[in-house]
Design a protein around this ligand. Sequence first.
Ligand code: DGL
Length: 271
Amino acid sequence: MSDSRPIGVFDSGLGGLTVVKELNRLLPKEDIVYFGDTGRVPYGNRSENTIKRYAREDENFLLSQDVKIIIAACGTVSSVASDVSSELTIPFFEVVSHASHEAVRVTRNKKIGVIGTAATIKSGKHKEYISVLLPKARVIGQSCPLFVPLVEEGWYNANDVVVKETVNRYLTPFINEEIDTLILGCTHYPVLSEAISSVLGEGVTLVNAGTATAKAVFEFLKTKDMLSNKEKGENQFYVSDKADSFRTQASILLGDELDDNKVRLVSLSSL
Ligand code: DGL
């Protein structure tokens, strides 16, 4: 048996593309419908109620596209609004639990750093998962609110002076903590991996939530006989604003020049 309906993925903006990239690599036959809420990014400094409302609207849009599963490719939604998804009638995946499992698997000294948006760090969700999986672990959280605007602006080159300085300021405190693992708790952050590693050194393993989540999705679809049997899957992107700049940035991040018709604008009122 197979299921050729698309996988639905959403984020506040570009960040979820780091999850799409991993899905494309691991599940090349799957179609993906992506919604990036570029008209309302960032989510991370908003209240819990607002993030939940946005998540519900994003999921409703994806449901209208007849997707077979939904992935909240957003650390913020995964941390504070996962309960919204209990209303869904199709399988739902978030990124926090999978990233936490992966961090527990790779840490040697049990000192794990977590970076994310203000809402994600305040929620303490990663800590919650890790303390169950590895009770002796020490988990140190740090919000990095300027990272999302940098990435949305296309500023992520590790040699850029603004990028260097911003990453330095947020991450230097981790050096004294002697962490050996850092969870990139916001899906925008893998884009800054090179800059992050140049501050923390190669000895600190960076956990990309997208990689861990894509593996979990693959296992799930396989077990449930829901994999697509298409020759090759396609990505279709929808955004709530600035389709052109999304297309430019997405082409760079995915390493694939996207045609105009691959990025469509949807009006928020139709969500
Ligand atoms: N990619 C989102 C996350 O993982 C970005 C959050 C935001 O929009 O502030 O948290």
